[in-house]
Design a protein around this ligand. Sequence first.
Ligand code: ADP
Ligand code: GN1
Ligand code: MG
Length: 368
Amino acid sequence: MPAKHDLRAVAARFQISGEFQGTAPHGSGHINDTYAATFSQSGNRARYIFQRINHSIFKNPPALMENIERVTAHVRRKLEARSIDQPDRRALTLVPACDGRSWHADADGNYWRCYLFIERATTYDQITAAAQAREGAKAFGLFQKQLADLPPPRLHETIPNFHHSRQRFNALRAAVEADPCNRAAAVKPEIEFCLRREAMVDVLLDLQARGALPERVTHNDTKLNNVMLDDATGEGVCVIDLDTVMPGLALYDFGDMCRTGCSPTAEDERDLAKVETRMDIFEALVRGYLATAGEFLNAAEKDHLVFSARLITFEIGIRFLTDHLLGDRYFKIRRDGHNADRARVQFKMVESFERHEAAMDRVVRGAG
Ligand code: ADP
Ligand code: GN1
Ligand code: MG
């Protein structure tokens, strides 16, 4: 696929030595445009990641980049203080633009950033082994732990109320009522599935309002393809996709790991018969996450790990369904009905988590 943008010109605006050799779209994210670019530097090949920030979703890219600068520098300082090896592979490293900023705005109003490419590590849209789940969850838990003492000020909310499940539910209801693309009738069973489960959306928000669940610095987009696993050791080496790192609940992060890890399928699988909870993966996620986050989570957080899997899966399903009804304006799609397919997978997983609730509770008790 040819690049949509002039990446050579973009790359020239960053502090990179050597000769630009080429670029290609990279990864399978739904939000940003990501490219890998290759440079020749004194005869060696070096790769960089260039990303065009989706500014229709992230309304204030400079504020978002300020968050990422602070977060990556904080993690980096921690790694260096402990003399952890290969800090360049364990935290994203921003490459500065020629003017010293961490981003470049082009003439078309696009915002670009550049990271060192993390070599010899891979992200997986579908995980196939419990060890991958354990390592991914361990890395996300460590990430929360590393950011627990991020000095003030509070991070910018790059998307306000991102995980406000009540607002997400109300947005679905509004989309059903407006039905601008006349799609509601064809997804009536999916809409009814959501309406029957309305009570779920207030549970964590109420606990937070009562002070039982603390606000923390969280990642907020912990699908398992947002952590790079080392090709040689399998270790969760680096947490990536930091656009939504901001104040949130730890449970949102754990829930999204379960959403993306527990089903053996991709999140857009069309054969719903294959969508089921893998209990060995759930156990690996719990054990991996508690290995790094267990020491700071409070009792209410631990008590709601199982619930968070159901809630976040439901919430993301609601978002896919809402986007389908509104004409696919948010998530990138690659086929007609893609967002409806994604929503159906989430709802199938919600049902599966409901059926497995007792077994999942036993796993958490056994791991605690
Ligand atoms: P999106 O928000 O669109 O999901 P990501 O930041 O997750 O964008 O990047 C998309 C993909 O690009 C990732 O899944 C990963 O495979 C790859 N990627 C991102 N950053 C790096 C990096 N620094 N080194 C290597 N690969 C990366
Ligand atoms: C998006 O950026 P990406 O593709 O990792 C989305 C997440 C959803 C996810 C569903 C900023 O994540 O919230 O859970 O798709 N990110 C944003 O796959 O909306
Ligand atoms: Mg991503």
